[in-house]
Write a protein that binds this ligand. Sequence first.
Ligand SMILES: NC(=O)c1ccc[n+]([C@@H]2O[C@H](COP(=O)([O-])OP(=O)(O)OC[C@H]3O[C@@H](n4cnc5c(N)ncnc54)[C@H](OP(=O)(O)O)[C@@H]3O)[C@@H](O)[C@H]2O)c1
Length: 248
Amino acid sequence: MIAQAPASRPLLGQAAIVTGAARRIGRAIALALAEQGAAVAITYRGSKEEASATVRDLQDLGVEAGALFCDLTDPASVQSAVDTAAARLGRLDLLVNNAGIFASLPLEEVSSEEWDAMFAANTRGPFLMAKAALPYLRKTRGRILNIGSLGGTHPWATHAHYCTSKAALHMLSQTMAKAWAPEVSVNCIAPGMIVQGEVGPDYEHFAHKTPMQRNGTAADVAAAAVFFATGPHFITGQLLGVDGGLGL
Ligand SMILES: NC(=O)c1ccc[n+]([C@@H]2O[C@H](COP(=O)([O-])OP(=O)(O)OC[C@H]3O[C@@H](n4cnc5c(N)ncnc54)[C@H](OP(=O)(O)O)[C@@H]3O)[C@@H](O)[C@H]2O)c1
């Protein structure tokens, strides 16, 4: 059963699943959705302890919450996580495909295994999650939010496989939006440089060249996620940059 929360919370009575949300950006998104009243299931792969801590913090916000193991590269693991989340929370209104991997390598040094691993996590994983969630989301006129990247629209030479996997995720968001309308809306956020406590000359360099004169935060991305979770269902197939103008 979904716990009752103050009626001012717009996501009260709704249930979300956020992938890779034990820590960092996914955790911030999960907590922001819970603040709006949503029951939240998070998935983790390696970060079991951090996932337990995040669940406790979600529950402290007065919502139903749980953590489920999910390896996005394994279709059976994905199906099990989605079915378990929907069964435990009683419904599914929102899927946030946040989990992903990032790597830096000269393009000519990317092996076929590294290329496939990047796409398995960043592109195929969100597809498998969305496909598994679709029957539940159709019942609730739900939503899917994919976390893409500024790298999906800008060619970063030493992150070619990452950039290409995110560009594919951006296109997947548009094709899913068209294929699954009118029941399900699908949108995508493209964060720029998001820092979470890291310091150093590289971060200062990016802050300086960002028109907004700072790097982004997990809270910036989470606020955009709340917009897509609570805003008009009519908005679909959109890509929203959260980059302080870095991509301009
Ligand atoms: N940070 C940035 O500056 C930035 C910029 C642009 C876009 N993004 C995107 O925003 C999202 C979140 O970024 P982040 O920096 O917070 O991500 P992150 O810490 O690198 O990864 C988030 C989580 O993804 C999970 N994950 C990775 N591979 C997985 C797999 N095969 N199966 C299941 N889970 C898997 C991991 O879970 P476990 O820890 O439990 O293993 C990890 O904690 C990502 O999609 C990223 O590409 C981030």
